[in-house]
Structures are given as structure tokens and as C-alpha cells.
Design a protein around this ligand. Structure first.
Ligand code: MLC
Ligand code: AMP
Length: 500
């Protein structure tokens, strides 16, 4: 049966015995082994009563089995909904409820906490641990390693990825099979990925970068991945001589550079270093070239659009820019008030259109209409400019967003929690410069008249409610928030004051 995404990424490798996943420890998994694993999981999911279009929410540690769960969902026509492993049970509840997930796959340590919620929502629950064991694999082991692929079309949904918003309520970005295929094929060609490539895969697999960029590109090309559970500079340094490519957020590159073992000789087998998800400082680009002789290739994208621009593979990879729109993708810079396209050189909102652009936000037609124009252009909320040679530069963000180590953090979500703390009249959350994560979270708190805020108690209160990466690293108590004449908080003044 035709299932374009499954066929393009996975099905085409039936019978191939070459390595697909090379774990840090444990046996190498060939393309054929991986398909067998995915098929068994697909049987387990269908056996549990799931039907095409049903959502499968997964908060699981990175493992070959976790990746096979994604392939299994694709093969069975299920919508895959991966979730950051850092999310608290409180945060997870919203995603599970909002998506109407019929199946939740979680770490065994989370099962007891999530079971009541799943009961209430009518979702089933199965476990998958970091070691690849648990209820899901126990079910899968009972089945054969072939599964009749469920027919799908490019219009059918393949995944939901939740992305936070300026109101503090997360939105489920709906990605179709066609969205993912177009980007995977384009990027594999653009970056010259082949069966000979070995990607050092150290990104998480619950976001666009690690899942739809890194994994899909390797799957399309028939390349292999050294599949690391997480980023660890020492492991990357040890394994780099066996690899040909690395994809990472800027923190990967600054951390590698701060290690004296990371040398030109070490990178001799590498042909490509790609950076994205957050701005790569021009100085990091220059230092990297000086140390290794390689010019990092920076690209730009987001959850809703997959990748939209890339520096050239051949030609000048220009520091401080994200290159050109990818083949098939249109990009323009528009006036934020009128929506009119601006002349070359002017700064405005980046808008993009193409087969990569998502289908809208799940059950949020008004949010979809606000960001996705009727003519198909998506308003990214990033501010950019196109230089005289056509390179796109990102100069800032129109949206109130912090990017810390490649993770997006929406201040509103944190402000709502801070405002509810004892003694707090109001708060403002900003990103301040951070040498490791690029930006880190600072909360400015204004006390109620006569009240005293206990910063330690505030921090403790954040712990049960927010994933660690979103928790403020610093709290400042101030008399009042700076506001303009319209009453809007002037976060730029706070950033000036506290080191943004
Ligand atoms: C971990 N911590 C973070 C953090 N990552 N805090 C803020 N921001 C982050 N990104 C916390 C840890 O919980 C820990 O808390 C402390 O910070 C120190 O942790 P660490 O051991 O130094 O961090 P590490 O585990 O090494 O993780 C850092 C990292 C990781 C940069 C390797 O965050 C990472 O892999 N980031 C990639 C994110 C990503 O894939 N983004 C793509 C989104 S898709 P404690 O309790 O010990 O203090 C997208 C679209 C596109 O944006 O264009 O790609
Ligand atoms: P996400 O919503 O997690 O997919 O994050 C997407 C956002 O990350 C974009 O809207 C940008 O603000 C930012 N981003 C991604 N790549 C880059 C890049 N190369 N340079 C600067 N910002 C980037």
C-alpha cells in the first residue's frame, strides 16, 4: 500500500543490511533490523486498538526503540506526538488532553503519575525505558517483524509538535506527510547526504532538529547515525574520527571549542558541520574555522515550517547569516503593520511559503488564521533582512521568546506562574546573555506593597511546575516594571539593566 512518508524514509531500505543506528554501546542496528523493530511496534499499537489518524504521545528517553516508535507510527498511519523528556507531569497533562491522544508511551518511572490522567482522558498507557525495555517492547516482541503498511497520502497528518505561544498556551503544530517528505528530500540533496555518511546524532529526538532534520535526512539518504543518548563533548570527540557529519545547536559548537582535545586532526574525516535552532555567533563561526579549517553551515527553520533557509554547501557560508531560501521555499520580508513586502535591505518580518509549511494548529483556527495567511505565507515572528547578495540575516524576534541552548521558552508561561507566587504583584521574564546556552532566563519580580518576596521559595515553587530548562536561573526584585506610555512592559530596558 502506498504510504509516501514511510516509503520515502524507511520502506525503501527493506532488506538492506548496512548500519542505520550505531549506538554508543550495544549492537549495531541495520536498516533491515530497524524496519523489523518498527513493524513489531506497529503491530503492538494496532493490536491495542489504534486506528489511522489516532495520536500517539511519547515522552521517552532517546533510544533506537524510541526512534522505531516514530517509524512504526508512520507505517501504521498514526500521528506521532513526541514530548520533551524534561516536561513535568503538570506540563504533560495539557498536551495529552489537548491532543486527544489515544495512546501514551512514557518512561516506566512516569507511569504511576500519568495513569490517572490517561484514565480520565480515555488514553491507554505503555512504557518504554531508556534501555529499550518496558510494556511497549514486551507487546512488540509477541509480533512478527513484517507489518502491512497502512495506505496514506501526502495530505495526511504525520506528526504533532507542540510549540509554546505568546499567550502561554501551547499549540499543536500539525505536520503532514508531505511537509516532512519535501524537507527531508530537499535537505539531503542540498547538503549532499549519501549512503557513505555517518552522522553524529547527539540531539534529542522530540524536536524538529533531531527528528525531522537529522533523522529524516539520514533515512532518506540511507546514511548511518552514531546514535548518542545526549550531547556529551567527550563522547563526540572520541567518536568524531568515525563520523562524516554533525548537526547541532550553537551550544554544541561552543562546548567543543572549549575542549582542547577538539583539534583540526580530529575533524579530518568530517565533511560537514551544521548549526541551527538558535543564532550562531559570528565569532564562534570564525573560531571554529581557525581551529578546524571547517566552515560551519548555518541554516534556519522552525517547528511550523521545518527548514526554510540554508547557507550553500558549495560557495560562501557566510557567518551571521542563515543563507538562502531552500529550493521550493519562498521567503519574503514584510512590514509588520501592513504585511506588504519590503525592498531588499530593509528589516521586517520573515514570511515563508512552500510544501514544508505546516497545516495549522490543532483545534485553534483563530491562532492558525493569525499566523498562516490565506495565500499560504506563514508569519514566522522572526525579524530579518536580505543583504545585497541575497543572504538572509536574522536580526531579532518580533515574538517574545527566549532560546536557551536551542530550547524555546515563552516568557508568558513563566510570568503567569511567577505572578501567582506569594508577595508578587507582577513579573517580567527576559532572556539574558549566557556564554553556554546563548540566552538564559531571568525573572524580574515586583513585590506587592508591604510584602516581602522569598526568592528561594519562588524557585522551589517553579520546580514542580516547569521543566528545568524553563526555570529562571536568576531572580531580581525591583520596585516597578518599566512601561511605555501605552502601559506595555519595556523588556529591552530590563535587558539593558540586567545584561541582555
Ligand atoms: C539542559 N539544561 C538546560 C538546557 N539543557 N537549561 C537551559 N537550557 C537548556 N537548553 C539544564 C539541565 O537540566 C541542568 O539542570 C543544567 O541545565 C545543566 O545541564 P547540562 O548537563 O549542562 O546540559 P546538557 O544536558 O548538556 O544539555 C545542554 C544541551 C541540550 C545544549 C546539549 O539542551 C540540548 O541538546 N539542546 C538541543 C535542543 C534542541 O534540539 N533544539 C532544537 C529545537 S527544534 P541542573 O538541574 O543540573 O541545573 C528548532 C527548529 C530548528 O528549534 O530550527 O532547529
Ligand atoms: P522552534 O519553534 O523550537 O522550532 O524554534 C524556531 C525558532 O528558532 C525560530 O523561529 C528562530 O527564532 C529560531 N532559530 C532557528 N534557527 C535559527 C538560526 N539559525 N538563527 C537564529 N534563530 C534561529
Amino acid at each position: 500500500m502506498a504510504n509516501p512518508l514511510y516509503d520515502t524514509l524507511f520502506g525503501r531500505h527493506a532488506g538492506r543490511r548496512t548500519p542505520f543506528l550505531i549506538p554508543q554501546s550495544g549492537p549495531v542496528i541495520s536498516h533491515a533490523d530497524f524496519l523489523g523493530l518498527a513493524a513489531r511496534i506497529a503491530h503492538a499499537l494496532v493490536d491495542a486498538g489504534l486506528a489511522p489518524g489516532d495520536r500517539v504521545a511519547a515522552q521517552v528517553e532517546k533510544s533506537p526503540q524510541a526512534l522505531a516508535l516514530y517509524a512504526a507510527c508512520t507505517q501504521a498511519g498514526l500521528v506521532f506526538l513526541p514530548l520533551n523528556t524534561g516536561y513535568t507531569v503538570e506540563e504533560l497533562s495539557y498536551f495529552i488532553e489537548d491532543s486527544g491522544a489515544r495512546m501514551v508511551i512514557c518512561d516506566p518511572s512516569r507511569e504511576a503519575d500519568l495513569a490517572p490522567l490517561c484514565d480520565r482522558c480515555g488514553a491507554q498507557i505503555l512504557t518504554l525505558g531508556a534501555d529499550g525495555h518496558g510494556g511497549l517492547m514486551a507487546q512488540a516482541a509477541r509480533h512478527e517483524d513484517r507489518f502491512e503498511t497502512v495506505a496514506r497520502s501526502e495530505e495526511d497528518l504525520a506528526a504533532f509538535l507542540y510549540t509554546s505561544g505568546t499567550t502561554g498556551r501551547s499549540k499543536g503544530a500539525m505536520l503532514s506527510q508531505g511537509n516532512l517528505i519535501s524537507n527531508a528530500v530537499t535537505l539531503a540533496e542540498h547538503w549532499r547526504f549519501t549512503e557513505e555518511d555517518v552522522l553524529l546524532h547527539a540531539l534529542p529526538i522530540f524536536h524538529t532538529h533531531g527528528l525531522f532534520v537529522a533523522t529524516n535526512v539520514c533515512a532518506v539518504a540511507g546514511a548511518s547515525m552514531i546514535f548518542l543518548p545526549k550531547f556529551d563533548a567527550g563522547a563526540l570527540i572520541e567518536l568524531m574520527p568515525k563520523a562524516t557529519a554533525l548537526m547541532g545547536v550553537p551550544t554544541f559548537y561552543t562546548r567543543l571549542l572549549s575542549d582542547a582535545r577538539f583539534t583540526r586532526e580530529l575533524t579530518e574525516n568530517m565533511r560537514l558541520f551544521i548549526s541551527g535552532s538558535a543564532p550562531l555567533l559570528a565569532e564562534t563561526h570564525a573560531e571554529f574555522e581557525k581551529r578546524t579549517g571547517h566552515r560551519i553551515l548555518e541554516r534556519y527553520g522552525m517547528t511550523e515550517t521545518n527548514m526554510t533557509t540554508s547557507n550553500p554547501y558549495e560557495g560562501d557560508r557566510r557567518a551571521g547569516t542563515v543563507g538562502f531560501a531552500l529550493p521550493g521555499v519562498e521567503l519574503k520580508i514584510t512590514d509588520r503593520e501592513t504585511g506588504e513586502e519590503l525592498p531588499q535591505g530593509e528589516i521586517g518580518l520573515i514570511e515563508v511559503r512552500g510544501p514544508n509549511v505546516f497545516k495549522g494548529y490543532w483545534q485553534m483556527p483563530e491562532k492558525t488564521a493569525a499566523e498562516l495567511r490565506e495565500d499560504g505565507f506563514f508569519i514566522t515572528g522572526d525579524l530579518g533582512r536580505i543583504d545585497e547578495d541575497g543572504y538572509v540575516g536574522i536580526v531579532g524576534r518580533d515574538k517574545d521568546l527566549i532560546i536557551s541552548g536551542g530550547y524555546n521558552i515563552y516568557p508568558k508561561e513563566i510570568e503567569l506562574l511567577l505572578d501567582a507566587q506569594p508577595g508578587v504583584l507582577e513579573s517580567a521574564v527576559i532572556g539574558v546573555k549566557d556564554a553556554d546556552f546563548g540566552e538564559s532566563v531571568l525573572g524580574a519580580l515586583v513585590p506587592r506593597p508591604g510584602a516581602k518576596i522569598d526568592p528561594e521559595a519562588v524557585m522551589t515553587a517553579m520546580q514542580g511546575q516547569l521543566a528545568r530548562f524553563k526555570q529562571p536561573r536568576r531572580l531580581e526584585i525591583i520596585n516597578e516594571l518599566p512601561r511605555n506610555t501605552m502601559g506595555k512592559v519595556q523588556k529591552n530596558l530590563l535587558r539593558d539593566r540586567f545584561g541582555g
